[in-house]
Design a protein around this ligand. Structure first.
Ligand code: 1GP
Length: 252
């Protein structure tokens, strides 16, 4: 029997009690100081983990300094959300070891993973295998990841990919509309995917209100990811309000 790592166990134990809210910070968009502040507030508000990553520029020293600032300011787990093998930092607790299953480019399905695997092992970062699916419009990650975005009105395609991911051994499925998407993943799609798979379902991209977070949870999402709404709130006070609002939407 496979023994799950510390962070994956934390996720599963928490999911037995409630739905989870992860906040995504992109080192290309936030300074280490702001990242630390947002992480501290996230912990106070009841967020469950911080994800760190992005499609452009979230690498090297920029990435390391953001991860370190978050670790210094909060006790929340830091999970890497890499755009490629460049998105690895030895200061993180875990990494979503993800495959962009609906990419047209094998680099994003297995190539970057092979290039990063030894580094993950060397640093002792906990890998959590995840099926990553880009839903229309897909935004920057869809373009960079050379995805064939799943049409919003075709939930069955998303469900087929999600189930394939589970059968390939992935222990999480992530439906991604893309950071800053005008609309989140449709509830009908979330519902069908949840109905079909047995592993936890993560949903993100374009969730900026309490109501949108609640709708995604009601439709079947286990973990909600929010990024832009918090990062671009405009001030630290507004970011706190936004975090509280979104967290209410997730936790009820
Ligand atoms: C992007 O799903 C995440 O990868 C979060 O999206 O920035 O739109 O909240 P937002």
């Amino acid at each position: 029997m496979l023994k799950l790592g510390k962070i994956e166990t934390y996720i599963h134990e928490k999911l037995e009690k409630e739905k989870l809210h992860f906040v995504l910070l992109d080192p290309d968009d936030v300074s280490p100081e702001l990242a630390g502040e947002l992480a501290r507030m996230s912990e106070e508000v009841g967020v469950d983990a911080i994800m760190v990553g992005g499609s452009t520029g979230a690498e090297g020293e920029v990435l390391d300094s953001v991860v370190r600032a978050i670790k210094e300011s909060s006790n929340l787990p830091v999970i890497l959300f890499p755009g490629s093998h460049g998105g690895i930092s030895k200061y993180a607790d875990a990494i979503f070891f993800m495959s962009l299953l609906n990419s047209r480019n094998p680099f994003f399905i297995t190539g970057a993973q092979a290039l990063g695997a030894f580094q993950v092992k060397r640093y002792g970062i906990e890998p959590i295998p995840m099926a990553y699916l880009i839903i229309e419009p897909g935004e920057t990650v869809g373009w960079v990841g050379d995805a064939k975005p799943i049409p919003r009105h075709k939930p069955k395609i998303a469900a087929a990919y999600a189930l394939a991911g589970q059968y390939l051994g992935m222990r999480l499925v992530y439906l991604e509309a893309g950071s800053g998407a005008p609309q989140p993943v449709p509830p009908e799609m979330i519902g069908l995917v949840k109905h079909v798979i047995d592993v936890p379902l993560i949903v993100g991209g374009g969730i900026r209100t309490e109501e949108q977070a609640r709708t995604a949870v009601k439709a079947g999402a286990d973990i909600i990811v929010t990024g832009t709404a918090v990062e671009k709130a405009g001030s630290v006070e507004k970011a706190r309000k936004k975090l509280e609002e979104l967290n209410r939407g997730v936790k009820g």
